[in-house]
Write a protein that binds this ligand. Structure first.
Ligand SMILES: Cc1cc2nc3c(=O)[nH]c(=O)nc-3n(C[C@H](O)[C@H](O)[C@H](O)COP(=O)(O)OP(=O)(O)OC[C@H]3O[C@@H](n4cnc5c(N)ncnc54)[C@H](O)[C@@H]3O)c2cc1C
Ligand code: SF4
Ligand code: SF4
Length: 573
């Protein structure tokens, strides 16, 4: 950054011309952020990371992502990328392929695990090792706490390990995250279900705080008479067994009921396990991610909406005929039928109609509607008990990360006697909206604790503030995929590694909204040589020389500067 030097033409005035202005330019980029960052529940500093990728600095970009989350290698594969939906470039031509670039920086960057910042005596129990539990363990260990993760399964990862198929997320990627956390001093107790043999009360008594990330591990039943008498199974059980190698093949026609993530994973897994035909039937809402739907269609899985199974007729050959009734719409979750009817003959029914928590091990006073109600700091009704992830109402991996990060601030504040709410407000990203929890930056949090003046990042930069003239149209680079003919087994990863040069090309499309990349436009276009460059490479305004024409702000490609009324400049700078 300090390498880019601009040579001054010398001062054009020797008198103080500041009295001519009413507005003054300021470099307010530390108080701005990109919309993609606010749109990422993990709060990743995408704008700057993509600048680093563009320079080929994959390790530095990975380090920046790891400031906020332990596993860009995982979210770079399975996140539904809400960040891309709000990318400013989407209003220009096409949004940046942020998720693909996250995968690229995880593939090509290598950095050591963070070293704990302190050595606190307090011991924290994390229950559940899904994305919420792993995120909490990582950040708590980084802050210097002793952390033990209690996991009922034999391996860690939750849905990442036992739900999402290997062709989307190879299990080795999860094992690598576990190795990193062990290297940071996190202890894992697997095969340790909190319940009758390891009571919640004991855990509470033996630890200074608890983080619960126990997810939604029970499948909702399909209420259909006779379902238990035919070949049928809940989707999460089918995926679990397939991951464990306990379902090695499946024959005939597989009928999948439901149209969320689980249904799509079931259907695509069944295809890979040898099913002759796979059909998905759903009622009204196609909730699965568009990318999943696209890939399922390419893999010749049929998807048909507006149906509900109402009757089963088992056949002598072991198959079953399913009577479907047309669905118009839903009222309070119940289908309102229409006249349409059809019959589907199949060999197996796998249903994915929702999940719920198994919270029987928790004291009833903590529960609310079968889940855990938490405040903005992830704290439950018990002051020592915090929670995050699906059990608190999040729906995907990146939301689980975001919730766990807020709880880490809550736990640290409780144990160190800090004002958690005030700290949370200082490290929240983007404008707060009533009822919504904005993403938080734990990098800023650690900076604050370390005595650095962590930037207050509030305002996200809209497309209207970007100088679009500097960005000619450039096609978005597509993600490399495994060919259809090569998608044979459950472990053939579909999304391929992104070559470095492809990642660099795509990252070069980024506006780096609200960042100063030291392009020097302000310096070059200032008619009064009022822009100064400091030793660190960054610019400042010579208040005596600036007449407030605003040329520098107009020519800044990415809104790293603003014009503010004279007098406000000190407050902003
Ligand atoms: C099949 C499937 C595919 C999905 N695909 C995606 C996707 O592609 N992208 C995406 O963003 N989201 C996806 N999701 C949603 C996402 O996986 C979840 O939102 C996320 O895993 C929630 O994380 P969590 O940590 O809250 O819970 P989980 O991942 O469910 O982890 C909870 C952990 O707690 C453990 N546990 C539970 N009870 C106890 C106990 N009593 N004692 C000890 N341990 C216990 C469980 O064994 C488990 O390991 C998918 C979900 C499913 C089911
Ligand atoms: S974690 Fe998801 S939302 Fe955040 S940057 Fe990655 S793809 Fe985008
Ligand atoms: S252009 Fe780059 S910085 Fe701006 S919103 Fe899109 S990805 Fe983020």
């Amino acid at each position: 950054m300090g390498d880019l030097r601009f040579t001054s033409k010398g001062l054009s005035y020797e008198v103080d011309i500041s009295s001519q202005r009413t507005m003054v330019p300021v470099y307010d980029f530390p108080q701005k952020t990109s919309p993609c960052r606010v749109g990422c529940p993990a709060g990743h500093d995408i704008a700057w990371a993509l600048y680093l990728v563009r320079q080929g600095e994959f390790g530095a970009a990975l380090a920046l992502f790891r400031e906020e989350s332990p596993f860009p290698s995982i979210t770079g594969r399975v996140c539904y990328y809400p960040c891309e939906a709000v990318c400013n470039r989407g209003e220009h031509d096409e949004a940046l392929a942020i998720n693909m670039l996250e995968r690229a920086l995880a593939d090509h960057g290598t950095i050591p695990a963070p070293r704990p910042l302190a050595s606190h005596a307090e011991h924290i129990a994390v229950v559940g090792s899904g994305p919420a539990g792993l995120t909490a363990a990582y950040h708590l260990a980084w802050l210097g706490y002793r952390v033990t993760v209690y996991e009922k399964e034999q391996e860690i990862g939750g849905v990442l390990r036992y739900g999402i198929p290997d062709y989307r997320l190879p299990r080795q990627v999860v094992r690598d995250v576990e190795a990193m956390l062990r290297g940071m001093g996190v202890a894992f107790r697997t095969g340790a279900a909190v319940g009758p043999e390891l009571p919640f009360k004991t855990l509470l008594a033996e630890h200074d705080a608890l983080f619960l990330g126990v997810g939604l591990s029970e499948a909702r039943a399909l209420t259909l008479k006779g379902i238990e008498a035919v070949s049928s199974m809940p989707g999460i059980e089918f995926l679990y067994r397939a991951k464990e190698g306990r379902v090695r093949s499946i024959e005939g026609h597989v009928l999948v009921i439901g149209a969320g993530d689980v249904a799509l994973d079931v259907a695509r897994s069944a295809k890979r396990l040898g099913a002759d035909k796979v059909s998905i039937y759903y009622r009204v809402h196609l909730r699965a991610h568009p990318e999943e739907l696209r890939e399922a269609a390419r893999e010749r899985i049929s998807i048909d909406g507006g149906w509900e199974p109402v009757r089963l007729a088992p056949q002598k050959d072991g198959g079953v005929v399913v009577r479907m009734q047309g669905v118009d719409h839903l009222v309070e979750g119940r289908a309102v039928h229409n006249e349409r009817q059809t019959e589907v003959r199949c060999d197996h029914i796998i249903y994915a109609v929702g999940q719920r928590a198994n919270a029987s091990f928790l004291p009833p006073e903590l529960l609310s509607n079968g889940g855990l109600a938490v405040n903005a700091l992830g704290q439950t009704a018990h002051p020592k008990v915090f929670a995050g992830g699906d059990i608190t109402g999040s729906y995907n991996v990146v939301e689980a990360i975001g919730g766990a990060k807020r709880a880490v601030i809550g736990i640290d504040s409780l144990l160190r006697g800090r004002d958690g709410a005030a700290l949370l407000a200082r490290v929240s990203l983007g404008e707060s909206r009533p009822g919504e929890s904005p993403p938080v930056s734990l990098r800023s949090y650690r900076q604050l604790l370390g005595g650095e003046a962590a930037p207050l990042v509030r305002q996200s930069v809209p497309y209207a503030a970007i100088n679009a003239d500097y960005f000619p149209p450039q096609e978005r680079v597509g993600r490399p995929h495994l060919g259809l003919d090569e998608r044979r087994g459950l472990c053939d990863e579909v999304n391929l590694e992104v070559p470095r040069e492809v990642a660099i090309r795509e990252a070069s499309r980024c506006f780096h909204c609200g960042e100063c990349t030291v392009c020097g436009n302000c310096f070059i276009y200032c008619p009064d040589s009022a822009v100064l460059q400091g030793e660190d490479g960054f610019f400042s305004i010579n208040g005596m020389q600036c007449k407030g024409c605003g040329q520098c702000v107009a020519e800044c490609p990415r809104s790293a500067m603003s014009m503010v009324p004279e007098g406000d400049a000190v407050a902003v700078a």
